[in-house]
Design a protein around this ligand. Structure first.
Ligand SMILES: Cc1ncc(COP(=O)(O)O)c(C=O)c1O
Length: 394
């Protein structure tokens, strides 16, 4: 997009990455599939290396279909140097971590990280000689700073955290890390850069599982990492070294989702807030773990730093067993049971953290349910929950 006139986020979603030379009079950037790129001469072929975005060189380095999506995502993050795409959100997490860590380094990882992110640290990074220390998501910047040693190279944040939705003091932690020469990485999948612009808040590498809201239709897997200028070269080098690539077909699908991200997120937000307020008044329900609620940990940071909330939150049941909670979920008719979230459809899953957390055990007074509130009528979803809760033996 041209820099001549500042654009607001909704306008960026519609116009981002739609360069005239890529569109060729179409509304959408075409899906260009290729492995080989043909050149007019050997000299031209040599000139295409090292690969640059916007200059076709070889299929793995992308065509306008992938560059356009990456540019549109990047437009949402003022101050960013660039965005790279990966075949899944987890691939994006791994490449981002590998781009800043070497054997002998230490990593500070938030205890509320997405479970496969933890597994990557505990198994793969450990094997590479990187030691991970977990920190409580409710740590103050000074408490995180106190864990930084001479060997610490990176602090990883996920805000809000998986399953329990603690919002972190991202700018505060980034300021401390920057002062000590430590890189900061954030899993920004929940808010997306539409509701939280991470690079402007001090993050060096902002990761989004585009599988969720960016794609929005539960039909594609993808991840992205947006880099601050200081981290763009290393991110690019690591991804290329590992042969990371997304297909133009998937890039097209995800770009199609991106165009409607704003309207979808606002509807997810409205419906989720309505349902969470209704849940709060139910006798079988305990704490609501939703960043827009005062009682939710880190709510003040959410209010200070975010432009909205989305459709994913958890609630605690008041007493009862995990088995009874599972039966409650089984009895829901409009909420599907399955991994992932961010699509048009509602989902409900158990949210057990007791086997996952090592630095922050919290008791919510009963088992947790995580809801993804989709684009159905929220009153129908409430009726479904009401029927299921009526049978809950709290
Ligand atoms: C917070 C978060 N980050 C990353 C991922 C990984 O994304 P993907 O499933 O595309 O690998 C997920 C998936 O559920 C997630 O919830």
């Amino acid at each position: 997009m041209s820099d001549e006139q500042p654009k607001r986020p909704d306008t960026k979603l519609v116009h981002g990455g739609r360069r005239k030379e890529w569109l060729r009079n179409m509304v959408n950037v075409p899906v260009s599939r290729t492995s080989t790129v043909l050149f007019d001469s050997v000299e031209d072929m040599h000139k295409a290396y090292p690969p640059r975005d916007g200059q076709p060189s070889y299929g793995r380095h992308g065509t306008w279909t992938q560059w356009s999506l990456a540019e549109a995502l990047n437009d949402l993050e003022p101050g960013a140097a660039g965005t790279r795409l990966y075949p899944s959100g987890s691939a994006a997490v791994s490449v981002a971590l590998l781009s800043v860590l070497r054997p002998g380094d230490e990593l500070l990882m938030v205890d509320s990280a997405y479970a496969p992110t933890r597994s990557f640290c505990d198994r793969d990074l450990k094997q590479l000689g990187v030691q991970t220390t977990y920190y409580d998501p409710l740590s103050t910047p000074d408490q995180v700073g106190a864990l930084i040693t001479d060997k610490t190279r990176a602090v990883f944040l996920e805000s809000p955290g998986s399953l329990t939705f603690e919002v972190q003091d991202v700018p505060g932690i980034c300021a401390i890390a920057k002062g000590r020469g430590v890189s900061t990485l954030l899993d920004n999948t929940w808010a997306t850069p539409f509701f939280f612009q991470a690079i402007g808040k001090g993050i060096d590498l902002s990761i989004v599982a585009c599988t969720k809201y960016i794609s929005g239709h539960s039909d594609a897997m993808m991840g992205s990492v947006t880099a601050a200028p200081s981290h763009w070269e290393k991110l690019t080098r690591t991804g290329r070294g590992l042969g990371q690539y997304v297909s133009p077909d998937d890039a097209y699908l995800v770009a199609r989702g991106l165009r409607t991200l704003g309207v979808r997120l606002r509807q997810h937000e409205l419906s989720a807030v309505k349902i969470a307020h209704w849940l709060k008044d139910q006798p079988q329900v305990g704490p609501i773990l939703h960043p827009a609620f005062h009682e939710s940990a880190g709510h003040d940071f959410w209010q200070r730093d975010f432009q909205g909330s989305t459709g994913l939150f958890s609630f605690a049941l008041r007493g009862g067993t995990k088995e009874a909670r599972d039966r409650l979920i089984d009895s829901l008719e409009l909420f599907g049971i399955g991994y992932s979230w961010g699509g048009f459809e509602s989902l409900a899953v158990p949210a057990d953290t007791d086997q996952l957390r090592t630095a922050s055990k919290r008791d919510f007074g009963g088992p947790l349910v995580r809801l993804h509130v989709g684009l159905e009528d929220p009153d129908d979803l409430i009726a479904d929950l009401e029927r299921a809760l009526a049978a809950y033996p709290a």
